[in-house]
Design a protein around this ligand. Structure first.
Ligand SMILES: Cc1cc2nc3c(=O)[nH]c(=O)nc-3n(C[C@H](O)[C@H](O)[C@H](O)COP(=O)(O)OP(=O)(O)OC[C@H]3O[C@@H](n4cnc5c(N)ncnc54)[C@H](O)[C@@H]3O)c2cc1C
Length: 377
């Protein structure tokens, strides 16, 4: 655990600043969670590597923190050292289209810089909060694009060996909101390398709502390869996201969330048919590989009787007033309040449709089910 000699060694690392005051409420976009043993603010990649190696050598529990936008952390004292990555260099190679970002760079700054330079491919990921280094962790995605579409390589610190190396994206098993980094803590992402296009155009527009907003006609769409200037797509995505409270704004409690709280469930087609029969009306369902379909978690939540703003009445934790998939802190919520709400929603959807929603964020010291370890759901 963290004793005084270890703390002194950590303090002596160049680029590490000790923060003894911060709580997870101050480190996360849900604004809940208690106090870590200590927080280390690491301003260089080398500082991250040295701090993590030292903590691991002392078997001192640690949690890597970027923007804290995909974390649900328990109340009270949390027995981990928070390693906050703040190394944030971004470099763009306009000739090759390769963008390299250090893990602590704010993801939306990376998108904004790339778009301003006429580099396309990540404009649909505009407005996703958090750090560049976390984007491969759950293979972030929005509006028909996932980071796996453009990720070339990641620089990893392997926590078992202590080695640093560049690894190809294929080594991460990237899938829908998944990589082999999520929940495993096996490695720290130090930097990401992306391959973008250099013709100023977006990635092909595959998402109906966005394509309609950008007036993509049915005929054009048939090829599935319609592209628009990446700056225009970024602005449109930001507009759509703001209307749903999916761009973090400090004054708007609808954005004090962890984004989409549940992943869209993937079920056998026969189960999807049963759900539709129970619903009694056509529902959103999309092919997800042979004999399987992806359903809309937001639609299921609404149809299970949970309206926007639920439960209302000044409850400290409530569904966003703009989107049923975001569980939000109305200002004074604790982690316990958020977890109780999540449990109510999950159980309500299960009771109505027999579909068990799975939370998307990473859980620390808290769980939806008491028998779980608390490290994840
Ligand atoms: C309003 C809002 C909207 C959102 N919209 C979307 C969306 O459209 N699509 C989407 O996919 N997600 C979305 N999210 C979720 C979230 O923004 C992403 O998952 C984001 O990538 C998390 O980044 P972070 O730096 O905040 O990670 P954190 O919350 O700090 O960490 C999340 C997990 O990743 C680990 N981690 C963080 N950095 C590293 C690293 N460098 N190396 C190894 N592990 C690391 C942490 O230990 C933790 O387990 C949204 C969240 C919010 C609040």
């Amino acid at each position: 655990m963290l004793d005084s000699p270890l703390t002194q060694k950590l303090a002596a690392i160049d680029g590490v600043e000790l923060d003894r005051e911060v709580t997870f409420a101050g480190l996360t976009t849900l604004h809940v969670g208690g106090k870590p043993l200590l927080a280390l603010r690491c301003s260089t990649r080398t500082a991250v590597v040295e701090a993590v190696r030292l903590l691991d050598a002392h078997t001192c529990p640690l949690l890597i923190v970027g923007g804290g936008s995909n974390l649900v952390v328990a109340d009270g004292d949390i027995p981990v050292v928070a390693v906050v990555i703040e190394a944030d260099d971004v470099s763009l190679n306009l000739a090759s289209g390769v963008v390299t970002a250090e893990a602590g760079a704010e993801w939306d700054d990376v998108v904004s810089l790339a778009v301003a330079a006429g580099m396309g491919g990540i404009e649909c990921l505009s407005g996703i909060p958090g750090s560049a280094g976390a984007t491969p962790v759950q293979n972030v995605g929005a509006y028909g694009t996932e980071v796996s579409d453009v990720l070339l390589r990641v620089e990893l610190l392997d926590r078992a060996s202590g080695e640093v190396s560049w690894e190809p994206a294929a080594s991460l098993d990237l899938a829908y909101r998944y990589s082999n980094l999520k929940f495993t803590e096996r490695a720290v992402v130090l930097a990401v390398e992306l391959q973008l296009s250099t013709d100023g155009m977006s990635a092909p527009l595959r998402f109906g709502e966005l394509a309609r907003r950008l007036a993509v006609s049915e005929g054009e769409d048939a090829a599935g390869e319609v592209r628009r200037p990446c700056g225009l797509v970024r602005e449109t995505v930001l507009e759509l996201r703001r209307a749903k409270g999916m761009v973090v704004e400090a004054a708007d409690h609808d954005t004090w969330s962890a984004g989409s709280f549940f992943t869209n469930p993937v079920v056998p087609t026969s189960h999807a048919d049963e759900v539709e029969a129970v619903a009694g009306s056509p529902m959103p369902r999309y092919g997800a590989g042979e004999g399987r379909e992806k359903l809309s978690a937001a639609w299921l939540i609404e149809r299970a009787g949970f309206a926007r703003g639920f439960p209302g009445g000044g409850a400290p934790a409530a569904l966003s007033s703009k989107h049923t998939l975001a569980l939000t802190n109305r200002g004074e919520a604790t982690a316990t309040d958020v977890v109780e709400l999540a449990r109510r929603i999950r159980d309500g959807v299960f009771a109505r449709f027999g579909v068990r929603l799975v939370p998307e964020p990473v859980w620390v010291g808290v769980a939806l089910d008491p028998e779980d370890s608390g490290d994840r759901d």
